[in-house]
Write a protein that binds this ligand. Structure first.
Ligand code: TXA
Ligand code: MG
Length: 348
């Protein structure tokens, strides 16, 4: 596979023309990476099986891991799904456009390849001007997983997309860094109560405020098993740097002490060490390369720096990346910890 990947740097002057060019590629069955508010997505016409097949090939994604379908209006939703429970309508009204993906019973227009053969389809309306205009201009819902090679950290900048997928995709729309930095919250709304399949940009607390007893249907550590049946993506390794990664969890002080100990031992053994670390811990410990996760109590800062930090540290020729898991676990912090746990080779 070696095709020319066009890079469209978008600005206010070339906006309409760029969207038109990218939409035309999608209409013709090509694949285009584009920014959303969460991470960059790799898009194709969700209703064109040949186009969707190209996404799986470009990413090296297992065929049973279904894609999220992105829409720009509620009218588009009702063409794709059967019934929508009342509580799900409430969630849409509150959080769309935004980082919330709803899993619903699909209609037959949605091809098997898009849903990994499931009778449900995952749908979201992104809160990003470029995404929304692109979907409108293409005139079709757009299937888009994160625009990374399967298993790698998600792309939060067009450079990450180019590093992973240049030569494998038709184009990327470059709008610099994304706003949120972790993916959408995935919620199964096919039953009487919502089941959270993946924590993400919308906090579980916020979903519960609206939809009462939402239950947790994911496990940060599980790879395979029961949960994989419900959310196929969860059984594969995810978000991982190539460098060995160790995650240290616990209360602030304990984490600082443990990381100091690991750094001392590593250095005695002649290792080069990187730290992905909160500001508070960084005032006690240092190592060969450091990348900040922001303040412990502000998990939205960690969300924004998490994948960029992992990719950057991974490029520094280190022996081990040590990650500070003292970030507050609430709100988007649940998504941060989930991604770190899935990426880690070892958790302490
Ligand atoms: O923020 C996001 O959600 C980003 C941007 C690009 O929109 N997209 C994204 O897509 O993260 P992806 O493919 O990397 O993750 C989709 C997740 C996977 O865990 C997949 O298994 C799950 O959603 N999923 C998709 N369709 C599903 C379905 N019908 N039932 C259950 N889980 C589904
Ligand atoms: Mg992904």
């Amino acid at each position: 596979m070696n095709i020319t990947t066009e890079v469209f740097r978008i600005d206010s002057i070339n906006f309409e023309e760029t969207i038109k060019k990218a939409a035309l590629i999608l209409k013709k069955g090509g694949i285009v990476a584009f920014p959303t508010e969460t991470v960059y997505g790799l898009g194709a016409d969700a209703l064109n099986p040949e186009a969707v097949r190209k996404i799986f090939r470009a990413k090296g994604r297992p065929a049973d891991n279904p894609l999220i379908v992105h829409i720009a209006s509620k009218e588009q939703l009702y063409k794709l799904v059967m019934e929508v429970p009342v509580y799900a309508t409430g969630l849409m009204d509150a959080f769309w456009p935004g980082p919330l993906t709803l899993v619903l019973k699909r209609k037959n227009v949605v091809p098997d390849i898009t849903t990994g053969g499931l009778d449900t389809v995952a749908i979201r309306m992104p809160d990003n001007h470029i995404s929304l205009e692109l979907i409108r201009e293409a005139g079709t819902p757009i299937a888009a997983p994160s625009a990374n090679v399967s298993g790698r950290p998600s792309p939060t900048d067009a450079e990450h997309v180019i590093a992973d997928l240049a030569g494998r995709i038709n184009a990327v729309i470059d709008d610099g860094s994304v706003k949120i930095g972790v993916e959408s919250t995935v919620v199964d709304v096919t039953g009487d109560i919502p089941v959270i399949l993946r924590p993400g940009g919308i906090g579980i607390e916020d979903i519960r405020k609206l939809a009462g007893d939402a239950v947790i249907g994911y496990n940060d550590r599980l790879v395979g098993g029961e949960e994989a049946v419900r959310s196929p993506g969860m059984k594969y390794t995810h978000y991982s740097p190539q460098t060995e990664m160790v995650l240290v969890e616990g209360k602030g002080g304990e984490v600082s002490d443990k990381i100091s100990e690991l750094v001392a031992t590593g250095h005695e053994n002649g290792m080069l060490l990187g730290l992905l670390i909160t500001e508070e811990t960084a005032s006690h410990v240092s190592a060969d390369e450091m990348y900040s996760l922001g303040e412990r109590d502000k998990p939205e800062q960690a969300a924004r720096s998490l994948f960029t930090g992992l990719r950057w540290l991974d490029s520094r020729g280190l022996d081990v990346i040590i990650v500070d898991g003292s970030v507050k676990h609430e709100g988007i912090g649940a998504a941060v910890l989930n991604r770190l746990r899935k990426a880690a080779d070892r958790i302490i």
